[in-house]
Design a protein around this ligand. Structure first.
Ligand code: FRU
Length: 448
């Protein structure tokens, strides 16, 4: 990894491979964002936690590898997890995996799902140095009670401080192959006790990854990533969804409604994670899955990036994902041509009328039947199993779009986060063109 690599706008793999955001926290005056990282190639393998920091959620610096396998429990990977602050320390919780049948031809992969998972933690005094050899502890051993959860597929601890103790939500699967949530409680962040579970009926996927639960002013939100949620045989069937829930600390009871929203209607984002920002807002980022690694001149191949940070709000039961105000503030340098923007990309603000179309270098955003539709057929790789066209439900709140354009990702914020559609793209052409639009404005990223 190129250490101290700086990036603006979207956080991208510093080379090789990244997936989920982990350990997102504002700690000692800085944002820390860790990520699932494979340092040896642009594909998934033995997981490490890479680490990036930022003062404002817009300018990022990659600062190295925070966690790497050292113990029996995490011998084959430090999977996803979260961070909290306690007594001035940053405490990370993550899933350690141990393979019982590593692939002899590629020890970074496991055969026949023969692995065990435990929940581990490690603390740091400064949020930067983690004692990988002496500081790790197993806080929850692999689950052996099949009535509770799965010995193999239980992972992604998200920890928060409740009214009267610490709580952890984990993703797991039930004995009859349904995704489920497990809730644990602790008084001291060290001793954890299983309290309850929550699940749904058929059709909700076989394993729920990366659950996140939080309260915002208008309600309580559950976000999770059910595996095989879509069943059309296309890449990717695993999708991040969210819903308004009701959680009671007493007994850890959570009722899951039938109504849900996609986190993002571009269906490329996955494994989101949230934290509280410096001003107390709930802010979330997610991984953009890329079907093909990017090869740029003079750089090693890379795969994986994160969406822009989004503020989560609930109003009348609807969950909004609004681009973070710091991002808006920085993408404010008026320009007349997209080509004037630097590597951080640019932002187009406009009103798109019914039947209108914004063509961003071959990526089309249109409004039909009150829905915002995107089409990436001209700017994608040749994989036949990928989805190419997307649409939101019918929008209710007007026709304002805020479109953030980067070389490999376009994010379309509809009516300030009523819906968002983000897509991975390859080979965008320069410039854009609007038909049936009004009040078109163009901004580049202001230097930090
Ligand atoms: C989600 C996920 C998590 C797991 C991690 C491994 O993308 O599969 O459930 O912890 O990635 O990299």
């Amino acid at each position: 990894m190129e250490r101290h690599l700086q990036q603006e706008g979207h956080l991208k793999a510093p080379g090789n491979w990244i997936n989920d955001p982990n350990g997102f926290i504002f700690y000692q005056g800085k944002y820390h964002l860790f990520y699932q990282y494979f340092p040896y190639g642009p594909f998934w393998g033995t997981m490490h936690w890479g680490h990036a920091t930022s003062d404002d959620l817009v300018s990022w610096e990659h600062v190295g590898i925070a966690l790497f396998p050292t113990k029996y429990g995490d011998q084959n990977g430090c999977f996803s997890g979260s961070a909290v602050e306690h007594d001035g320390k940053m405490v990370l919780f993550y899933t350690g995996v141990h393979y019982h049948e590593p692939d002899p031809e590629n020890i970074h992969a496991c055969l026949h799902d023969r692995f065990e998972s435990c929940q581990m933690s490690v603390a740091s005094d400064d949020g930067t140095h983690f004692d990988n050899f002496g500081g790790k502890r197993v806080v929850i051993p692999p689950v052996v009670d099949k009535k509770v959860g799965d010995w193999t597929h239980t992972r992604d601890p998200k920890v928060w401080k409740g009214e009267d103790g610490w709580y952890m939500i984990l993703g797991s699967r039930s004995e009859d192959g349904r995704g489920k949530l497990l809730f644990y409680r602790s008084e001291d962040l060290e001793n954890w006790f299983y309290v309850n579970d929550a699940t749904k009926g058929d059709g909700w996927g076989w394993m729920w990854e990366c659950p996140d639960y939080f309260k915002v002013e208008g309600g309580q939100v559950l976000v999770f990533s059910p595996m095989r949620f879509l069943k059309d045989g296309k890449w990717e069937e695993n999708q991040a969804i969210c819903m308004a829930v009701d959680f009671k600390e007493e007994g850890c009871e959570m009722k899951l409604p039938d109504a849900y929203q996609y986190l993002d209607y571009g269906l490329d984002l996955y494994a989101p994670q949230s934290t509280v920002d410096a001003e107390g807002r709930r802010v979330l980022v997610a991984w953009l899955r890329m079907p093909k690694a990017v090869k740029e001149a003079g750089k090693g191949p890379w795969s994986g990036m994160f969406c822009l940070p989004r503020v989560v709000e609930v109003k009348d039961g609807h969950i909004y994902f609004r681009v973070h105000p710091n991002v808006k503030r920085r993408y404010s340098r008026p320009v007349t041509k997209a080509e004037e923007a630097g590597p951080g990309g640019y932002r187009i603000r406009l009103l798109l009328q019914e039947g209108g179309c914004l063509d961003v270098g071959g990526y089309r955003v249109s409004r039909r039947g009150g829905r915002i539709c995107t089409d990436r057929r001209e700017v994608f790789c040749e994989r036949e199993d990928c989805r190419m066209v997307f649409e939101t439900p019918a929008v209710k709140e007007g026709n304002r779009l805020d479109v953030y354009v980067d070389s490999h990702m376009v994010e379309v914020y509809v009516n300030d986060g009523e819906y968002v559609v983000s897509n991975a793209v390859y080979g965008l052409r320069p410039g854009f063109h609007v038909t049936g639009g009004a009040e078109v404005e163009l901004f580049a990223l202001e230097r930090g």
